[in-house]
Design a binder for this molecule. Structure first.
Ligand SMILES: NC(=O)c1ccc[n+]([C@@H]2O[C@H](COP(=O)([O-])OP(=O)(O)OC[C@H]3O[C@@H](n4cnc5c(N)ncnc54)[C@H](OP(=O)(O)O)[C@@H]3O)[C@@H](O)[C@H]2O)c1
Length: 271
């Protein structure tokens, strides 16, 4: 008979996080758990093989939500059309890489911003973006955007907020912005102010936020859409796997310095 009580590792937040997330805010401890569901219940036991590392876990202490569902918002909020000009920030990450590739599949011209040369190469050579730039090396974001989009931007899928969002607001008339996340703001005591908001009036820009956990019902539909593209090699997905729960604090905190290349997960068990 299987042992009912087993040892188990866990990672806990020591306290609420203030300021920049640090590895020391997270604590690895050993405990025991009882592998038994309450008598008469319909519950089942599951074993986690992977832990999804998402930027908002450190700050909000929330559980894992599926970034894959965010690609739906590209269609729902932004309605991309063939030939339109699309910009994606944090473009090599879990969300950004899918959004950019879907916009390409729709026949759009797609540019991504990322935080290293390695990621610029990934976007252009593996993920099929038309252009990419390293925002950390651009002194003037406006100039970088003008260089990549001489005719302006129709759609912005925002993963970072802050200065990049501010620079984009002066976009084409009837531009659309899907506000997915603001990773540049999560660690700040005071969020940065947005100066160009007034542009959205004359340019008739539409900005809409969303939360993916309201779309779990779309998961089967998402698989139906994604899997054929993956099988045909039209969609690739880059993952960054940290081995072991012990490495998950570093993996989580690394999201805020761009340490991850692709979707960050921690492999906590192999079978
Ligand atoms: N609305 C929703 O339901 C929902 C669901 C999932 C995720 N999200 C949001 O979507 C965004 C992307 O999440 P993800 O899971 O795909 O993470 P991710 O892009 O895989 O990882 C985060 C990336 O953000 C970039 N970054 C970190 N600090 C930055 C800063 N100060 N300025 C600019 N870029 C910075 C880093 O890439 P670089 O090297 O490029 O800097 C880092 O690799 C996050 O804002 C997240 O909160 C929202």
């Amino acid at each position: 008979m299987a042992k009912l009580e087993v040892s188990s590792k866990r990672v806990m937040l020591r306290n609420y996080v203030t300021g920049f997330s640090q590895e020391t805010y997270l604590e690895l401890s050993q405990g025991t758990i009882v592998l038994k569901v309450p008598q008469g219940s319909n519950a089942i036991l599951v074993k986690n093989l992977y832990l999804s590392c998402d930027p908002y876990i450190c700050k909000k202490g929330t559980v894992y939500r599926k970034p894959y569902l965010t690609y739906h918002e590209l269609f729902k909020i932004c309605s991309p059309k063939k030939g339109e000009h699309v910009f994606v920030s944090a473009a090599s990450g879990a969300v950004g890489q899918l959004v950019g590739q879907f916009a390409k599949l729709m026949g759009c011209y797609v540019v991504g911003s990322v935080g290293s040369k390695e990621k610029v190469d990934l976007l252009k050579n593996k993920l099929g973006f038309n252009e990419a730039f390293n925002y950390k090396e651009e002194h003037e974001l406006d100039a970088a955007l003008k260089r990549c989009f001489p005719e302006g931007i129709d759609i912005y899928f925002d993963n970072v907020g802050g200065k990049i969002l501010d620079a984009i607001l002066n976009m084409r008339t009837r531009g659309r912005i899907a506000a997915c996340g603001m990773v540049s703001q999560y660690n700040l005591e005071q969020p940065e102010s947005i100066k160009n908001l007034i542009s959205i009036i004359s340019k008739q820009v539409c900005i809409q936020g969303f939360v993916s956990h309201e779309q779990y019902h779309l998961y089967p539909q998402m698989l139906d859409t994604l899997l054929p593209y993956i099988r045909e090699g039209k969609l690739v997905y880059v993952e960054d796997i940290a081995e072991g729960l012990e490495r998950s604090p570093a993996a989580l905190v690394g999201l805020f310095s761009g340490h991850n290349v692709g979707k960050q997960v921690a492999a906590v068990a192999h079978e």
